[in-house]
Design a protein around this ligand. Structure first.
Ligand SMILES: Nc1nc2c([nH]c(=O)n2[C@@H]2O[C@H](COP(=O)(O)OP(=O)(O)OP(=O)(O)O)[C@@H](O)[C@H]2O)c(=O)[nH]1
Length: 130
């Protein structure tokens, strides 16, 4: 099983950042939360900060950890580990993704999410935090 962290980046108005995978990536054109695979010896939190810097060229801080979701794709099983985050430094530049959107909670579920993300989106929609 591959462990993958992902960031639910929320802005001051409560909008959530979603990124679209490029045609060249696996799960082409699906929407996801940015992130990536945990490297050997790395914590989930360190992985998240590293991946967000690599993919979006910004620094985030973690606000909350949400429950992981294990999902079996036809060729791979992943454990997707989500963190609610805030941007603390920089402006988002897409290094790998095709597109991005900032979405209100009402708009989130309508995106064509990677399958592993759907339970996480639903969990987030019911999640309350200060
Ligand atoms: N980063 C990220 N990956 C996700 C999400 N949902 C989901 O199923 N994945 C899958 O988890 C894996 C994450 O690895 P990655 O982001 O480092 O993927 P990659 O394109 O570099 O590697 P790959 O070629 O193995 O897909 C991919 O297989 C990706 O399809 C998500 O919300 N964020």
């Amino acid at each position: 099983m591959i462990k993958v962290t992902c960031a639910i980046i929320v802005d001051a108005d409560g909008l959530v950042f979603a990124a679209q995978r490029s045609a060249a990536m696996s799960l082409p054109l699906k929407w996801e939360f940015p992130g990536g695979k945990i490297e050997p010896g790395e914590t989930a939190e360190a992985c998240l900060i590293r991946e967000i810097k690599e993919e979006l060229n910004v620094e985030v801080e973690i606000v909350a950890a949400l429950p992981a979701n294990t999902h079996q794709y036809p060729s791979v099983t992943i454990q997707l580990i989500p963190f609610v985050c805030r941007l603390i430094l920089g402006e988002i530049t897409l290094k790998e993704h095709l597109d991005f959107k900032w979405l209100s909670k009402d708009e989130l579920l309508a995106l064509d999410w990677a399958e592993a993300d759907v339970p996480i989106v639903k969990y987030y929609l019911n999640f309350k935090y200060d």
